[in-house]
Ligand binder design. Structure first.
Ligand code: BG6
Length: 491
């Protein structure tokens, strides 16, 4: 079968001075360093790349390197650590303190003594620190590009907590950086199987002709997790599932399922098409919200055979919190292709199993010529794109069961993506980090799309956030299927 021979190889990125803000934090330790190690292992990180780890904690480079060694012992092989460690230096800096910008500029000039390099600022910090840090960078003249040096800034979701705050953050970022310098990360976009949605749709003549309201009954996008909120109560209790998962990952998956084919696979063209999907989102009817939105919160239960606390018992959660940890939402797109086709988006924490998938349910055959022998309705075809952990593409079809009688038998045509080989695969964060270094924005959020999604969600959030809100919050047992209401027909 045709496979581009070079798909497992990629050129090494140009050297860069990578500045990680929040260098002692969870994101840096759990995601960014393992991603850097994955790039090292795959020979994709230039030997001249240097890392400036920045944090408020009083440490020096040697103690920070020791800390890295301890924290990464289980996730990063010793050989990678030996390669990565010596390239890391540590700077204690607090953007709230006067002179922090010049301190940083001096540290960067110091790194440039080996030769000037591009700069990549990674904000691996709590969202409240985005504006102070972007301002510090801008005021210290560190956002500007000159003499061929490229400067980029990486921002993690959440990009604001509603439309006004997203615009406020954007105004600050744009007062110092150009849009082409800003990389808004959504790690879902780096998943191989998520990108595969586009390949499947647009590199096969088979699917596109039936990928519309004439043949598709509905599409269901599920991101179910067994995990609770871990140590993130401070963030999560203010955010909830709509801000944490819907405003970004779920919307991104929706756009990939629904977008029109761009004329070329190029960043701006792909991002234009994604934005058009968000522009077509039909606002939910706030008078009949309960028909299109089900919210839930996990109670105590059993996960993997262990008792786990309910959301309200999690350390750091307000005892009377009404933050939803589960949501099911039915959305429509008002455009030619999708008019009348419901998209069911469903995501929750502490559910029975971890699975992320897109399920495309086709319409039933118009009439069953087997009705005399077979009787009942014929189950419609379904295309399942498993994102995680099952990386599969499965087409469910009807066939003849073997034997002398005419019996229908459901069968699956299945392709298991991950079973092929792990060769050349980068972990999610490694892929997006590499794209930041090379300057490819295809997989990142553009501000217009961020605002369109917030524009859609903000009126809903305003209703949900309202203390005397009239929206029911269904409690569900941890480790179970989620709220009963979400399992009813039509949901
Ligand atoms: C993050 C959310 O963006 O995505 C988490 O903040 C969530 O709450 C995580 O657990 C899910 O990512 P994945 O890749 O495990 O599906």
């Amino acid at each position: 079968m045709a496979e581009t021979p070079s798909c497992t190889t990629q050129n090494q990125a140009d050297p860069v001075n990578l500045v990680i803000f929040g260098a002692t934090g969870d994101l840096a330790m759990r995601k960014i360093y393992p991603a850097l190690a994955s790039l090292c292992r795959n020979h994709l990180l230039s030997h001249d790349t240097r890392i400036l780890a920045v944090g408020r904690t009083a440490l020096d480079t040697e103690r920070y390197r020791n800390l890295l060694g301890e924290q990464l012992a289980e996730t990063v092989p010793a050989s990678c650590m030996a390669d990565l460690g010596p390239r890391v230096s540590y700077l204690r800096m607090d953007p709230d303190e006067a002179g922090s910008g010049s301190l940083l500029a001096a540290a960067l000039d110091d790194l440039d003594r080996e030769g000037p390099k591009d700069r990549l600022f990674y904000l691996a910090v709590p969202p409240a620190a985005y504006i102070p840090l972007a301002t510090t960078l801008g005021e210290a003249g560190l956002a500007g590009e000159s003499d061929g040096r490229r400067v980029r800034i990486v921002v993690e979701k959440p990009f604001g907590r509603d439309l006004p705050t997203a615009r406020e953050l954007d105004a600050v970022l744009h007062s110092h950086f150009h849009e082409r310098q800003i990389f808004r990360i959504d790690h879902y976009m780096a998943k191989e199987t998520v990108q595969n949605v586009l390949l499947l749709r647009f590199a096969n003549a088979l699917f596109e002709p039936v990928w519309n309201r004439r043949y598709i009954d509905h599409i269901r996008i599920t991101a179910a997790e067994t995990l609770g909120i871990g140590h993130r109560a401070g963030f999560y209790d203010q955010a909830g599932v709509l801000r944490d998962m819907f405003q970004n990952h779920m919307m991104m998956l929706l756009s990939l399922c629904a977008m029109e084919p761009p004329s070329l696979f190029e960043a701006e063209l792909v991002r234009d098409e994604r934005s058009k999907v968000f522009r077509a989102l039909r606002p939910l009817d706030l008078e009949r919200l309960d028909e299109q939105l089900i919210l839930g919160q996990y109670g105590p239960g059993m996960v993997d055979g262990r008792p786990v606390p309910g959301y309200l018992q999690e350390p750091g959660v307000r005892p009377d919190s009404t933050t939803p940890t589960f949501a099911w939402m039915k959305v429509y797109l008002d455009n030619w292709r999708w008019q009348g086709v419901p998209f069911h988006l469903c995501s929750g924490k502490r559910l029975a199993a971890k699975h992320t998938e897109i399920s495309v349910q086709f319409k039933s055959v118009p009439v069953s010529m087997f009705r005399k022998t077979h009787g009942g309705a014929i189950p419609p075809n379904r295309l399942v794109i498993g994102i995680h952990p099952g990386e599969v593409v499965r087409l469910e079809v009807q066939t003849k069961g073997q034997g002398s009688r005419l019996c229908l038998q459901g069968q699956s045509m299945e392709f298991s993506y991950g079973a092929d080989s792990d060769l050349g695969r980068l972990n999610d964060y490694a892929k997006v980090l590499l794209d930041c270094v090379t300057g490819d924005q295809t997989l990142f959020w553009r501000q217009d799309a961020v605002e369109l999604c917030w524009g859609f969600l903000t009126p809903i959030l305003d209703r949900c956030d309202c203390a005397d809100g009239d929206l029911p919050l269904h409690t569900y047992a941890a480790g179970g299927p989620g709220p009963k209401a979400a399992a009813e027909p039509g949901a």
